[in-house]
Ligand binder design. Structure first.
Ligand SMILES: CC(C)(COP(=O)(O)OP(=O)(O)OC[C@H]1O[C@@H](n2cnc3c(N)ncnc32)[C@H](O)[C@@H]1OP(=O)(O)O)[C@@H](O)C(=O)NCCC(=O)NCCS
Length: 197
């Protein structure tokens, strides 16, 4: 795996004894696709990387629960979902921001690349599941996650990157360079117990 551009010069084991570096993890995609500029903008105590197969143990689901209902599937079902996502190459990109002092996740986000037949076999990036730990909201981590996902979507050749959000988050996405366009439609599965969120 290629070396990362912005690793601290002090040996990691001394400065951040709990932190697990990328080379020791089983990652969802190659970390080089994450824009270097976003890495540079992060505080040195933070690290941005692809989701890892062991992030069940780094508060991934707890951070996601800020956004919506999360039920704990257990480690083996979590890892089966990870394997399913990784089996579709160049399609599912979930990244996380790690607090290196604790080796825990503080922000997450995903972009799903839809490979189309129209627009000259064009692709569209769909941003999903953005969440920042309330303890560190307002420190530009949400912005960095969106910048990274948008850059990755564009590096993958997507001609546009889109997302859905509530009215209250429109100003946040506008700060990230997005603009309101068209409407969302939804039809929920009426099967009993199916989420209506
Ligand atoms: C929405 C969320 C991702 C924003 O992340 P964050 O790290 O707190 O936001 P940032 O610090 O990166 O904000 C970037 C800019 O957007 C602004 N901003 C953030 N949230 C905002 C909001 N709800 N309304 C208005 N402006 C907002 C910030 O003030 C900042 O502006 P500035 O550059 O002028 O200082 C985060 O609050 C969150 O996880 N919320 C709960 C889950 C959620 O709603 N996710 C989005 C699903 S669509």
């Amino acid at each position: 795996m290629a070396s990362l551009p912005s690793l601290p010069s002090t040996p990691i084991s001394q400065e951040y004894p709990k932190w697990t570096p990328d080379h020791a993890l089983d990652l969802l995609f190659h970390p080089d696709i994450i824009p270097v500029q976003v890495r540079r903008e992060l505080h040195p105590d933070l690290h941005i990387r692809p989701l890892s197969r062991t992030d069940y143990n780094r508060s991934h689901l707890a951070v996601l629960s800020i956004l919506s209902v999360v039920t704990d599937p257990g480690l083996s079902a979590y890892q089966a979902r990870f394997d399913l996502l990784r089996a579709a190459p160049r399609t599912n990109f979930t990244l996380v921001i790690i607090d290196k002092q604790s080796d825990q996740i503080v922000a997450v986000g995903s972009v799903f690349v839809e490979h189309k037949f129209l627009r000259g076999l064009g692709s569209v990036g769909h941003i999903e599941d953005i969440a920042v730990d309330p303890k560190v909201q307002g420190k530009k981590l949400g912005l960095r996650v969106i910048q990274a996902l948008t850059g990755m979507s564009e590096k993958e050749g997507c001609y546009k990157t889109i997302l859905n959000c509530s009215d209250k988050n429109i100003p946040f996405y506008e700060k990230c360079g997005y603009m309101k366009k068209e409407n969302e439609m939804a039809k929920y599965n009426e099967r009993p117990g199916s989420p209506k969120l």
